[in-house]
Design a protein around this ligand. Structure first.
Ligand code: AHG
Ligand code: MN
Ligand code: MN
Length: 297
């Protein structure tokens, strides 16, 4: 059984990056422990206008404190903060982007949620996704699972007794027929309606939980598409380029999939601000190519 560290030792990651990845991954333990005491909403909103769950706030503060203490990180952009946290005195200059708790409306119903993280080695949290050095997410499901890429394929690890061991190596996303879409159907734009219509006519099967990270994990394993489109009343969509689209998109691309807004590969889009929002289509290429074709027509 290969541990996370043994795997990292075989990659081209510098030791401080290995330390940073391990440090973030192991925060799954305290975050999981905090679920039981943080079941309610916090009564506040983040910059994206989302209601903050108590666990959103707790996870954000916890991870930011751990990262600052590590001295490995010079910038942190978090979904739960307005501004980038800066630590100019850090001994290593990694920039971390994160969604501390994705899918937080599902905390109270005990469905699968997770933590999404991207790491840049250029010290700039507002870099394009294609410059990412590593991306990962921890999923708090029946098992605690880490999905990781350091730019050489996607690897999945499971946590037991404080140690991550490899569950699957070099994961490739198959072509597939699962689909899930956010946004109210009455507000969908014609392109999106046509896309979903084509998928359904071809025998697509609906899977949508309300947790991007969990829904994406299913797409990674079984193939298909997760979408949160722009709508008639919201041209930017709901999800965020920096904290959600780029880390997940980087993992998707490493597994042979793709992320697009229907026109642009999102990994090529320069974030304009931390809470830059974007429509998202992420999944198997048979699906992303379909929405790109429909948007061109
Ligand atoms: P977060 O919990 O980080 O705010 O993200 C919620 C996101 C995403 O995880 C999910 O796919 C989507 O919002 C669900 O939105 P709807 O409830 O509008 O479907
Ligand atoms: Mn999220
Ligand atoms: Mn979140």
């Amino acid at each position: 059984m290969t541990t996370l560290r043994e795997y990292l030792d075989k990659t081209d990651c510098k030791d401080d990056l290995k330390d940073l990845i391990e440090l973030i991954a192991i925060q799954a333990v305290p975050i999981r422990d905090a679920f039981i005491y943080n079941q309610s909403y916090a009564g506040t909103e983040n910059s994206s206008g989302d209601k903050q769950a108590a666990l959103d706030v707790w996870s954000d503060e916890h991870i930011v404190n751990v990262l600052l203490k590590s001295n490995l990180v010079s910038q942190i952009a978090s979904e739960e903060r307005d501004d980038i946290v800066k630590n100019p005195n850090a001994k290593a200059g990694y920039a971390v982007v994160m969604d501390p708790l994705d899918g937080s409306s599902l905390i109270q119903v005990n469905l699968c949620v997770g933590t999404i993280v991207g790491i840049y080695d250029n010290g700039d949290a507002l870099s394009c996704g294609n410059q990412m050095r590593a991306a990962m997410y921890m999923l708090y499901g029946p098992m605690t699972v880490l999905t990781l890429t350091v730019g050489s394929g996607v690897y999945i690890f499971a946590l037991k007794d404080g140690v991550y061991t490899m569950l699957e190596e070099n994961v490739k996303m198959p072509q597939g027929k699962l689909y899930g879409s956010g946004g109210l159907k009455k507000d969908w734009i014609p392109e999106h309606e046509k896309f979903i219509d084509e998928i359904e006519k071809e025998g697509g099967k609906l899977r949508y939980s309300g947790s991007f990270v969990a829904d994406f994990h299913q797409i990674l394993k079984y193939g298909g598409i997760y979408c949160y489109p722009k709508t008639k009343d919201n041209a930017t969509g709901k999800l965020r380029l920096v904290f959600e689209a780029n880390p997940i998109g980087f993992i998707a691309a490493q597994a042979g999939g793709e992320i697009t807004d229907g026109v642009n590969n999102l990994l090529d889009v320069k974030p304009q601000k931390p809470h830059h929002k974007t429509p998202i289509y992420v999944g198997s290429k048979n699906m992303t190519e379909k929405i790109i074709r429909i948007c061109k027509e």
